[in-house]
Design a binder for this molecule. Structure first.
Ligand code: GDP
Length: 296
């Protein structure tokens, strides 16, 4: 399960603190040294860790802690709140166009989980009585169109495709037009990924962006890739003005670095978490719940 190592280590640190009646400044410093190492080992960005520890330390050496009969609990509470802040504070909702349809563009590397997310998000929207249209814009990965069609069939959502001979920009444009004509209130555009970021990939998705002016640009990143996920998010954000990040594969044994760093590094909120291959395994990302889960 995700975050296991981090959770165990943090529980050890706080277990030691709880064993003490009073907590001295030295105790706090020692605990923060250990929290720092635990976060670095969980692959959290170096600078993010530094800022985080500084904030917690500042609050944990204050009056509130010294006066408390349960200082360890006060420190855990501070860490919990700062972890929540680090991951964005509050849950960020999906954007909504003033005038439908709301256009959502999926971005990300190959294998991150874009096509799967397109199906999952469509199902989630259907459950809220929306009528999404799925657009098959990944014309390069041989099985991507078929994969989206299968997902669409599974949930009873329409999939728009023009095969793999028409440019993705044209497919996206026609898809949005079809949604307008038919009265779909959401359009989810799946796009091509590459194994790594390259000029061609960026240019293509920028062209799609310019053509359909999406209300939401979701970057899908594989949480298992840790710092690499954060680097990918940074590059995409610089070029594409992302509006949200979706972390996938949180059901795997990710150490947690991506979840804990991506908002701080890019400024872009994490909107959803994908926790499995099944179509219903998608959750709105709640920073407070994730912080509690990490603390165990
Ligand atoms: P794309 O290339 O970005 O479109 O990626 P896909 O949607 O095809 O996903 C790549 C692989 O990751 C597939 O085998 C998916 O079933 C799997 N996958 C996607 N999301 C998750 C997730 O949250 N957890 C797990 N365990 N697997 C996932």
């Amino acid at each position: 399960m995700a975050f296991e190592g981090l959770t165990t280590r943090l529980q050890n640190v706080f277990g030691k603190l709880k064993g003490r009646g009073k907590v001295s400044e030295d105790d706090v410093n020692e605990a923060m040294r250990e929290v720092r190492l635990a976060l670095l080992e969980a692959d959290v960005n170096f600078k993010v860790v530094k800022d985080f520890i500084a904030k917690v330390k500042e609050r944990a050496t204050g009056q509130e802690v010294q006066k408390s009969f349960t200082p360890a609990m006060v420190i855990i509470d501070i860490v919990n709140k700062e972890l929540t802040e680090l991951m964005g504070g509050t849950q960020e909702k999906l954007a909504k166009a003033n005038k439908p349809p709301t256009v959502i563009l999926m971005a990300g590397l190959q294998g991150a989980g874009k096509t799967t997310l397109t199906g999952k998000l469509a199902k989630l929207l259907q459950s809220q009585n929306h009528k999404p249209l799925l657009v098959a814009g990944d014309i390069y990965r041989p099985a991507a169109i078929k994969q989206l069609e299968v997902l669409g069939e599974q949930i009873g959502a329409q999939v728009f495709t023009l095969g793999d001979k028409v440019s993705p920009v044209e497919i996206a444009k026609q898809g949005v037009q079809l949604a307008k004509d038919q009265g779909n209130d959401y359009v989810l555009i799946d796009t091509a990924g590459r194994l790594q970021i390259d000029e061609e990939l960026m240019q293509e998705i920028k062209d799609i962006h310019a053509a359909v002016k999406p209300d939401e640009v979701l970057l899908v990143v594989d949480a298992m890739t840790g710092q690499e996920a954060v680097n990918v998010a940074k590059s995409f954000h610089e070029q594409l003005a992302l509006t949200g990040v979706v972390l996938t594969k949180l059901d795997g044994d990710t150490r947690g670095g991506a979840a804990l760093s991506v908002k701080a590094v890019t400024g872009c909120p994490i909107k959803f978490a994908s926790t499995g291959e099944r179509i219903d395994q998608l959750e709105a990302f709640h920073p407070d719940r994730m912080a509690s889960r990490i603390l165990g």
